[in-house]
Design a protein around this ligand. Structure first.
Ligand code: FES
Ligand SMILES: [Fe+2]
Length: 351
């Protein structure tokens, strides 16, 4: 899938992903004792929770006749196929065939199981080579703000009919504030510096922010535009392959957790955190109360996030369609951060 291609012929819009990374495939609360089918880069995967609340990930194919196990049910710690009721354990081994005759043995072939972990509100899955995982001790990016009492989270799901390169370019190109003018997310971005390695690209912009979260009531700026005042702030955006992280001043952090589905379909979770770091008196209150504040305010920025996503998706889907109509027609890109982004996609695809 990730066959190396000569640099001159490498087409970023058909680039594969580096499978030797952890990818977010679901929110933790989406995985229950009902099987959930997901797709990560052409691989159909079934997720479920066992009786100990442990999450497991298996190839979504019954070992019998390859129908989707996600159509079946969780029975105890195993998955039961909907068709003939075969059962599969968390390692992918067949554990029961209900009509097995005394003279017959259980089939020994296994379906694939994936390393998976629940971390900071999401399910992270590793679709690559297990030997590389162990040798390089590859870790998921994680999202420590998810559990930290000083951050209030909001989530929006992105489901776009476009290659992941269009989405990450959108997120790294802060000159598209024009599109979001009515949502007042940021304004007047200017690119100052770029740093890059084979694992990440950091683009440093300065911009005007509408928000200053320095009093508890200033959180209402998220939904009362009249309270907002433009002021300059650093705006840092990073492609930490395969995910994206950003920071607008000290008040906002936004992450995008990528689950590329195919060359023309990308799912992702956009996660926004409003910081309560400035409220020193709040930090002295009992942990239970602070958790209550955090939980009660969860989703405060949802309307803003959903609005941004609803404006961005048609743009990147247009780009994808234009590419499919005429792959040789080159866009006129002027933001040098995107050259670095494309380089990173290529380096990672060829790793
Ligand atoms: S196809 Fe799954 S039990 Fe037969
Ligand atoms: Fe945007």
């Amino acid at each position: 899938m990730n066959t190396p291609v000569a640099a001159s012929r490498f087409d970023i819009r058909r680039a594969g992903i580096n499978l030797n990374c952890w990818y977010v495939v679901a929110r933790a609360n989406e995985v229950t004792d009902k099987p959930l089918g997901v797709v990560l880069w052409h691989q159909e995967i079934v997720l479920y929770r066992d009786t100990q609340q442990q999450v497991h990930a298996l190839e979504d194919r019954c070992p019998h006749r390859f129908v989707k196990l996600s159509r079946g049910a969780v029975v105890g710690d195993e998955l039961e196929c909907a068709y003939h009721g075969w059962r599969v354990g968390s390692e992918g081994q067949c554990t029961c065939v209900p009509y097995l005759e005394d003279t017959q043995k259980l089939p020994t072939g296994k379906i694939r199981s994936y390393p998976v972990q629940e971390l900071n509100g999401f399910i992270w899955l590793y679709p690559g080579d297990r030997a590389v995982l162990q040798e390089k001790k590859i870790q998921p990016m994680g999202l420590p703000e998810w559990d930290h009492l000083n951050y209030i989270g909001s989530i929006s799901v992105i489901d776009a009919e476009a290659h992941f390169s269009y989405l990450i370019e959108n997120l790294m190109d802060m000159y598209h504030g024009h599109l979001h003018q009515n949502l007042q997310a940021w304004a007047s971005a200017e690119l100052d510096a770029i740093e890059e390695t084979d694992y990440r690209v950091d683009a440093h912009y300065t911009a005007q922010s509408y928000y200053r979260i320095d009093k508890i009531w200033s959180i209402s700026q998220l939904f009362v535009p009249a309270l907002r005042r433009l002021h300059p702030e650093p705006l840092d955006v990073s492609y930490i392959y395969p995910n994206w992280a950003s920071r607008l001043g000290d008040d906002f952090k936004i992450f995008c957790l990528f689950c590329p589905v195919s060359e023309t379909h990308t799912r992702a979770y956009l996660v926004h955190f409003t910081s309560l770091n400035a409220f020193h008196r709040l930090h002295k209150l009992p942990v239970g109360f602070r958790r209550f504040v955090k939980n009660s305010l969860f989703g405060t920025a949802n309307k803003l996030l959903d609005g941004l996503v609803a404006q961005d998706i048609p743009m990147i889907e247009d780009e994808q369609r234009a590419y499919l109509e005429n792959p040789d027609r080159r866009p006129h890109e002027l933001n040098r951060a995107l050259v670095s982004v494309q380089r990173l996609i290529r380096v990672q695809a060829e790793m």
